[in-house]
Design a protein around this ligand. Structure first.
Ligand code: GLA
Length: 400
């Protein structure tokens, strides 16, 4: 069928990572690892506020290959950078410009060492991805986790999933400089076939919740790139911290913002001021939606789950203000389509993708969907890319 203004995004084959490594460095890697991207199912900006979140590892991700090189440098080869980047293995700092994509693996090296793991000596590194970047599907967490697994393999270290996820977050917070929570790394590490990952970000407990049979995820990339490092993410992080401090000073005895009751936030409207009140209301209500979603999933009540997804988007749009017109357009017009339970922005916001939860009758051949995507193209001049995602397993060492 002829499509205008949008297209299905096929999963590019992950490069045969050993061959790519060999082409780049003239020998085979010693270790390879894979980590998936993730969908944020529900729980928007709850993670760094001590709340709960549900996510799914998707069936697309990043592979990394490594081998020691007996040099005092790390050499990086990636289809996304021209040539090979060389960085001294000791005393490196955060990279700027064209080498900045090396910051995720470099951050992992730095944090693994800080945690006492003997990640020493120069090595060669190659990666390959079939995850769209800038779509809010966490390619950065995937590269962090794949790097950690490959390096652990190379040094004969056994590190559990939780530690891997926490080190990934530290790399992001302390080396890359993005004050994210544990959602992305936690889901990439704990992903499980046909399941959602539930994270209690306060206790840092990870578990899986089975998806009812017949549910599907569809991703609609706005193709409006998001940039969280330089964007408004830090502002929201700060606004939430300030709101929590004000609520505590006003007598709230909670350990984190997400644990405060939404009514207590409303009652403190005058002290908080409008902006902080909206942010805090989003976080506290969203946290309740995550809990309701867990219950509704267990009951198989997908209509209710869909309503929660739509309410989450609405809250992002009006209270947290991390949505943009393109995301609002897609969420609003896709949610009512036949076979769709609900739709919402997935991930940090300010660009990226909308995720829809659907039944098995929904497909890209749905004529009403095609009309929505064509109208989106006319309205915003952007071609949405669409793909069907399934919930897959988490990060893993592939081989030696
Ligand atoms: C980004 C961050 C996550 C989380 C989401 C919003 O993906 O990396 O830690 O805060 O935004 O829920």
């Amino acid at each position: 069928m002829h499509k205008t203004g949008w297209r299905i995004e096929p999963a590019p084959n992950l490069l045969m990572i050993s061959d790519y490594f060999e082409k780049s460095f003239g020998r085979k890697p010693t270790n390879t690892a894979y980590a998936p991207g993730r969908i944020e199912f529900i729980g928007n900006h709850t993670d760094y506020n001590g709340g709960e979140v549900l996510g799914a590892a998707v069936n697309r991700g990043i592979t990394v290959a490594v081998a020691p090189n007996n040099l005092e440098v790390i050499r990086f080869a990636s289809p996304f950078i021209e040539g090979i980047i060389e960085i001294p293995v000791e005393g490196f700092t955060k990279q700027e410009g064209s080498a900045s994509s090396a910051n995720y693996p470099l951050g992992m090296v730095s944090i693994m060492r800080d945690e006492g793991y003997p990640v020493t000596g120069g090595f060669d590194f190659a990666d390959s991805s079939n995850l769209p970047s800038g779509a809010g599907l966490s390619s950065s967490a995937a590269i962090e986790l794949a790097t950690a697994y490959a390096l652990a393999g190379m040094h004969g270290l056994t590190i559990d999933r939780k530690k891997m996820a926490l080190m990934g977050r530290r790399a992001e917070n302390e080396f890359v400089g993005m004050p994210c929570g544990i959602l992305d790394q936690g889901v990439s590490a704990f992903g499980h076939l046909d399941s959602l990952v539930h994270i209690d970000c306060f206790t840092e407990e990870f578990s899986t919740v089975a998806m009812p049979a017949g549910c599907h995820f569809w991703i609609f990339n706005t193709n409006k790139k998001h940039a969280l490092v330089d964007g408004s993410y830090e502002d929201r992080f700060r606004e939430c911290s300030e709101a929590f401090e004000i609520l505590k000073a006003g007598g709230q005895d909670a350990a984190c913002l997400a644990h405060i009751e939404p009514d207590a936030v409303r009652n403190a409207a005058a002290e908080l001021g409008e902006v902080r009140m909206k942010r805090a209301l989003h976080v506290t209500e969203e946290n309740r939606r995550v809990r309701q979603a867990v219950t509704s999933l267990a009951q198989g009540d997908l209509q209710k789950v869909g309503q929660l997804l739509c309410a989450s988007h609405n809250s992002s749009q009006h209270l947290f203000e991390n949505s943009i017109a393109e995301l609002d357009y897609l969420a609003k017009h896709i949610a009512p389509l036949k076979g769709v339970y609900g739709a919402r922005l997935t991930g940090g916001g300010w660009g990226g993708a909308v995720m829809a939860l659907t039944d098995e009758t929904f497909s890209d051949q749905n004529e009403d969907l095609q009309k929505v995507l064509e109208a989106y193209h006319k309205e915003y001049g952007l071609e949405s890319t669409v793909f069907h995602a399934t919930a897959g397993d988490g990060a893993t060492l592939l081989g030696e």
